[in-house]
Write a protein that binds this ligand. Structure first.
Ligand code: ZN
Ligand code: ZN
Ligand code: FE
Length: 758
């Protein structure tokens, strides 16, 4: 007989970890006990040597889907000859316990129960210790039914028995429910109403979808608007009613097999699609469907699809009755407003959008949008971090206790710190409307309470005008650190990779406030976590109309053309100039000459805009990053031609602009121009890094900023730098876009505090 203490750290609380250990111990014949501690889970195990090592191996291998083992180590103990295995202190939760599991996609066992258990036959709220809602229904800690929105439903005797039985899959499953005691769905369409009979209700849902109707469906973290994805009229109608410009719609496919006939998938993409987090994964459509007019209204010409697989029981039920292959499942919100989560609000807000409402009678406590992932260089890159991820912490080697960081403005989010864990808040959206402001404030307050954070140090962007900055200023009286935007991007990437040293940081994005009051976005830094030096940047260009140019890439195109060709560019035979009317171009020249609202920018995002406009691909933009995304979608693989540029104190792209115009006049195909442009940016990054590394030999390059969400660009840059022996780091678990800024600010603040700089 041998005995060991086993210590498991990571996301191991509130995810059914102790029952798992208990059942595993029983199965393999291990005696001892398991308990929660502030640091994680502690196990005392005794058994014959080979059984014990098998037990430890299985803990690592068979752990519950939503749990995450960060470290597991064991040490020898003295055998006590215990005669059973027990869970000790299972009811005591100390104030220190801060882990809340994200929401988890329904598991196979529960889907099976929906077939075989009479009390859960076709019951869309089936869940167990390994699956179901968590964060979205939790009001406060400790995680207990009375602290969730399940408190409105009293467990029946059958559910109670399962809840109390340690051998049952629903032991201590707080949202346990069945037909007779749990929440229920109802379908409302005009005066008609379905609910008592789930089968009838779903048949009605199918009839609505098949006839091209739009349905508002209440999901885990908020409402979705749905329609048949292959019904062109329905999709067009949805876009029109939602006033949703051109932003691509997410599409839920029946299953992975169906999806595979529409889009290409690597095994990494498959893994992301089927993981319990069940994010939207951006996939390239296969050739036939990329060109198909049927899907144009879904992807707006990007030839990709944000695909997602069913994750709630109701999704599976819906597809059981639905005769089509896929449904559009887009966030239920008006442009740039937060996702709607309450029934009353949905019935009101969507009255002119949805033809029917599929709602249920349990409240959503926390809003979450579907998370979005893209696989680049065989690694998952998070684009939008929300359902399935929030509120999972990111563990650091820096103490971030009681630090609160406020992020930037677009794709905003905040972050709260608890000991060595940074806990990023949910995706909020662009902080441009009152409703997003409210959601932002309310979410921060909520996180402070949930995770018992008492702000001692705040961090925000350098931009004085951001709503997030003003909110941070209001929160005082505690010290506030203002972190330069691009330093925050690089620190965000360093933080997630555990880097705490001098690196070369390449931060390319759309907009970030610079120390000189200008708008940065093409930055080469030498930095550590505490501070940075700006070594090199893309040359400044006036941005005519400031923010207005973001929606009108043609303005930036004119700024570049004017700089390179002088006023004679107006006579160039460029098609996009006809689109905007040449008098507008003249006006822009005046604005630039007189420096009227023409902030200077070094932004690479804007350079993408300019090129996309010059080639007449995207002259006005109808959604964020449309121009760069469209430009990327044109790239031809296997071509390594590029344009000229010059680097001295700054990076000059005048020669490239000249050559692009030359290519256009020789009627080169625009895909080739887009490819050469991408190759040029990769080459500029490479040359700049080589140059900087000669002075500051770090050998480590950190890439961040929204521009690196571009697959071709990131893959090409990583490949080239690695070939030359650099260690290259890019973002995986936090967004490279501004959604990662708050985490970066937190890391910088923590580092400075550890050095007693604040
Ligand atoms: Zn389950
Ligand atoms: Zn029940
Ligand atoms: Fe940024």
């Amino acid at each position: 007989m041998t005995a060991r203490y086993i210590y498991v750290k990571g996301l191991v609380q509130g995810v059914g970890f102790r029952p798992f250990i208990f059942l595993l111990a029983k199965r393999v014949g291990v005696h001892g006990w398991v308990r929660n501690t502030n640091a994680g889970v502690e196990i005392f195990a005794e058994a014959p040597g080979d059984v014990l090592s098998d037990f430890i191996r299985r803990i690592r291998k068979e752990n519950p889907p939503a749990s995450f083992i960060e470290t597991l180590y064991s040490q020898k103990a003295i055998p006590l000859n215990s005669d059973s295995f027990t869970i000790i202190g299972s009811e005591t939760f100390s104030d220190e316990i801060t882990n809340i599991s994200p929401d988890i996609a329904v598991c196979d066992d529960c889907l099976n129960d929906m077939e075989i258990q009479p009390q859960r036959h076709l019951y869309p709220f089936v869940n167990c210790t390994h699956c179901g809602p968590r964060y979205s229904i939790i009001r406060d800690l400790p995680y207990d039914r009375s602290q969730t929105s399940m408190d409105a439903f009293t467990m029946c005797a059958t559910c109670e028995a399962e809840y109390g039985n340690i051998e049952d899959r629903r032991f201590h499953t707080q949202p346990v429910a069945c037909k007779s005691c749990g929440p229920s769905y109802e379908l409302i369409s005009g005066d008609r109403h379905w609910g008592e009979d789930t089968g009838m209700m779903l048949k009605a849902v199918n009839a609505l979808l098949v006839s091209g109707k739009i349905i508002a469906i209440k999901g885990l973290g908020g409402f979705h608007l749905a329609c048949d994805a292959f019904n062109e009229n329905a999709v067009r109608e949805l876009r029109a009613r939602k006033q949703r410009d051109g932003k691509p719609f997410a599409v839920m496919f029946r299953d992975i097999k169906t999806l595979s006939s529409y889009a290409k998938m690597s095994r990494y993409e498959r893994r992301a699609l089927t993981s319990w987090r069940r994010p939207i994964v951006i996939l390239d459509l296969n050739k036939k469907w990329a060109e198909a007019p049927a899907l144009y209204n879904i992807h707006s010409g990007l030839r990709s699809v944000g695909a997602i697989l069913p994750y709630m029981p109701i999704h599976y039920l819906l597809f059981r009755y639905f005769s089509g292959h896929a449904i559009v499942l887009t966030s239920g919100n008006m442009s740039s407003e937060p996702i709607v989560k309450d029934n009353e609000e949905a019935l009101l807000q969507f009255r002119d959008i949805a033809d029917a409402f599929l709602i249920y009678n349990r409240r959503i406590i926390h809003r979450t949008d579907d998370s979005v992932i893209r696989v680049i260089n065989n690694r998952e890159r998070i684009v939008r971090r929300s359902r399935g991820f929030v509120p999972a912490p990111v563990t650091l080697s820096l103490n971030v206790n009681n630090i609160v960081s406020f992020g930037a403005e677009l794709s905003s989010g905040f972050c709260v710190g608890r000991n060595y864990q940074a806990i990023p808040g949910p995706f909020i959206g662009d902080l441009k409307t009152l409703a997003t402001h409210d959601f932002f404030e309310e979410s921060i307050r909520d996180f402070l309470r949930l995770f018992r954070v008492n702000p001692e140090l705040l961090a925000c962007d350098l931009h004085p005008g951001y709503f997030s900055t003003k909110l941070a200023e209001k929160m005082g009286p505690v010290p506030l650190i203002r972190v330069q935007h691009h330093h925050a991007h690089i620190a965000s990437c360093m933080g997630e990779h555990g880097l705490d040293e001098k690196v070369i940081g390449v931060a390319l994005d759309g907009t970030g406030y610079g120390e000189d009051g200008k708008i940065w976005g093409g930055e080469f830094l030498v930095c550590d976590l505490a501070d940075y030096k700006r070594i090199l940047h893309f040359g400044y260009i006036p941005l005519p109309g400031g923010d207005k140019a973001v929606e009108a890439p043609w303005r930036t195109a004119i700024a570049y053309l004017y700089k390179v060709f002088g006023s004679s560019f107006i006579d160039l035979p460029l098609n996009f100039l006809d689109k905007i009317d040449r008098s507008q171009a003249t006006l822009i020249m005046h604005i630039i000459d007189r420096k009227l609202n023409c902030p200077e920018v070094s932004s690479v995002g804007r350079l993408f805009d300019a090129v996309a406009s010059m080639i007449n691909l995207c002259v006005t933009s109808t959604f964020q990053a449309e121009a760069p995304m469209k430009l990327e979608s044109l790239v031809l693989p296997g071509c390594d031609l590029r344009y000229s540029y010059a680097i001295d104190k700054t990076i000059h792209v005048d020669a490239m602009i000249r050559e692009i115009v030359g290519d256009l006049m020789n009627s080169s195909n625009i895909s080739l121009i887009a490819t050469k442009f991408h190759n040029t940016i990769i080459s500029i990054i490479f040359d700049s890094v080589i140059r900087i590394n000669k002075m500051e030999k770090t050998g480590k390059v950190v890439l961040s900023g929204g521009v690196f969400q571009n697959r071709y660009l990131l893959e090409g840059t990583e490949r080239l730098l690695r070939k030359s022996g650099f260690l290259v780091f890019s973002q995986n678990r936090l967004p490279a876009n501004d959604g990662g800024i708050a985490f970066g600010q937190m890391v910088v603040a923590a580092k400075r505090r550890s050095m007693k700089c604040v």
